[in-house]
Design a protein around this ligand. Sequence first.
Ligand SMILES: C[S@@+](CC[C@H](N)C(=O)[O-])C[C@H]1O[C@@H](n2cnc3c(N)ncnc32)[C@H](O)[C@@H]1O
Length: 228
Amino acid sequence: MNDLNQHAHKASIAGKIIAELTKDGFAVAASDGTRHDLFPVAMDPKEGISLQEWIRKENPASVIDIGLGYGVAVINAVKVLLETRGDAFSLLTIDPYQDRRFSDLGLQFIGEVGVNNQVEFCKRPSELILPELQQQGRKFDFAIVDGTHRFEGVFIDLFYLNNLMTPSSVIFLDDYQIPGVRKAVAFFLSNMLWTMEQVSEASELHQWAVVRTRHEPLERTFKDFIDF
Ligand SMILES: C[S@@+](CC[C@H](N)C(=O)[O-])C[C@H]1O[C@@H](n2cnc3c(N)ncnc32)[C@H](O)[C@@H]1O
């Protein structure tokens, strides 16, 4: 199989995994044989399609995902990345509870698609990983944020992403209906000149928001603060 066919083949495996998970609503973990009901913890199908559209539009080379969980968001992302970039992409995903809580199902699906060379997994909390990535000078063109959903956790994630993202790049956030998530985002919109690109329709389970980081570095004095 030539490279082009191989990428298309892998993208079609990703598509089949998404279709099966959507239809069945559960998965059985190869690691320990346990059965997991996926929804509403995993990204829902409508949101997955929106994520795919944003990745297709933005065409990022490097993606960071906070909160691998069942890997549904990552498999949606990987499908489009394979279709648009072949194997010329990298995706870093973070989840401290992947084995304990998710029986490694996210990693299982990544292995089934065959993108272990493109995907890097960190099994520690984002609040510890992100500062390390900044210290290493890493940069990302697109972020998926679906980790902790407490205000302080999301705020810390976004604080570091503000330093890690290339200018004017997109952050796709799940669970914008949760007050703590919304409040954390509000700071970056009002004070860091991020822009809101999309808010999905209201939903008690999965509302998503798509924000864009600012174009240029921002000079702020200690007095520059807009209440949010
Ligand atoms: C709602 S689930 C993510 C679902 C995933 N996006 C999907 O589509 O299957 C939230 C995830 O965040 C992870 N998480 C919780 N605290 C975290 C932290 N401090 N850093 C990174 N991930 C965290 C959980 O283990 C869980 O996998």
